[in-house]
Structure formats: C-alpha cells, structure tokens
Design a protein around this ligand. Structure first.
Ligand SMILES: [Zn+2]
Length: 220
C-alpha cells in the first residue's frame, strides 16, 4: 500500500498540465503538489449553479463564469482509480505519468503508434484532470497575481474542462503553435480513424477558442 501511495504521489508531481503557460507556473510549484490521482477523484466542490448566474469559488472568492462558458459545465462521471490506464511514457512529454480512461487507452496507443510509423512524433502533454486539479491550477496562478479573467482566456474554468471525462488529450505543445505542426496535420487526417475528434476546431459551432492540441475520444 505504501508503495502505491508513493507511486501516486510521484505521479501527481508530474501530472499533466494544459498549457505551456501553465507548465511554466507549475514547474516552480511541483514540490508543493501533494495530491494523488485518488484524491483528485474525490467529489467536486464549490461549484454553484443557479438559473441566473454560474459561479466558481476559488480561495474563498466568488468568480462569475464568463458568457462563453455559460451552460457548458461538464458533468464528470463517477470514476475510480481502476478506470484509468497510464499512457506509455515514451509517448508523453518529458516522460510524464499521464492517465486516460481505459476505454480510450488502446485507441490512443494505436493512434500514437500509427503516427510514429509515419515519422510523426506526437507527445501527450495532458489527459485526465479532475475538477479539483483544474481548481488548483487556478489557485496557483491567482496566487501569482494573475486575474481570473486573464487566466480564463487560456484555461477552462474548474468544472468546465472536458478533461474531467478522462477521454480528452492535449498534445504538446498545447498552445497555438500546435496548429502549424505536421503533428496537427496528421491528426486532422487520421485522428478520427482512431475515434479522436478535435473538440474546439478552428470554426467550431460552439464559438469557443480554437484548441488545435485538444482531442477527445468519442468512439471508433
Ligand atoms: Zn485540453
């Protein structure tokens, strides 16, 4: 059991991060990360929704969810540690320990292997992130003096990220540069064959910001 806890702590230290921007902040804070995947799987908290206004409470401060996110709260399924599989570290950025839902694991590995055979070296930068983890990202950035409105331009509010489903993947680099890579061109051509879809494509009907690096497993 001790080994497992130790393993989980180590895993949490390198747990996935969505943006290079966030990565930078995180790298300075890695030593303070003590959450485990199991802790992350605890029930969500502090998200309040009423018919008038959606809000999120971080560090005791109430923040209004901006209009583009209203109505887009992602309801996380009840997940357990055994529902997840680790993505092979040879395919993760900096060999990080990154987890994805078991149902999406094999299709993802097949996608990564197929890309590799064609000379495309896709690296996963992030996959499963709990609402609690997403909130921790915000806390760190707020603590560094960033404003909620600024952070929300790059990071989905806690409770609104598709990563809580355990099926979404961010490829490296998870920022606007990804759209210009051969990796992205390959995914556009082949991602769907493996059941992965670009959720926030360039001209998505949700009118959300384009996230070329973010792909979600739907089905094969
Ligand atoms: Zn993402």
């Amino acid at each position: 059991m001790h080994f497992i806890i130790h393993f989980l702590h180590r895993g949490a230290v390198f747990f996935p991060i969505v943006l290079v921007l966030v990565s930078t902040v995180m790298s300075a804070c890695n030593s303070s990360v003590s959450a485990t995947l199991q802790e992350s799987l605890s029930p969500s908290e502090n998200i309040v929704t009423d018919e008038q206004q959606e809000i999120v409470v971080i560090n005791g401060t109430t923040h209004k969810i901006p209009p583009q996110w209203i109505g887009k709260k992602v309801i996380a399924p009840e997940l357990n540690y055994s529902d997840f599989r680790q993505i092979p570290v040879k395919y993760t950025h900096k060999g990080s320990k990154i987890y994805i839902l078991a149902t999406a694991h094999q299709p993802l590995v097949e996608l990564l292997q197929a890309a590799e055979k064609e000379g495309i070296t896709l690296q996963v930068e992030s996959a499963y992130r709990s609402e609690r983890y997403q909130k921790r990202i915000f806390k760190r950035m707020l603590d560094k003096g960033r404003t909620f409105d600024d952070i929300i331009r790059y990071v989905a509010p806690p409770g609104y990220s598709q990563h809580v489903l355990g099926t979404a993947v961010d490829f490296f680099p998870s920022n606007w540069r990804f759209a210009d890579t051969p990796d992205y061109a390959w995914l556009r051509e082949n991602g769907r064959l493996f059941g992965f879809e670009e959720t926030y494509s360039q001209f998505n009907s949700m009118k959300m910001q384009w996230e070329a690096w973010h792909w979600n497993f739907i089905e094969k």
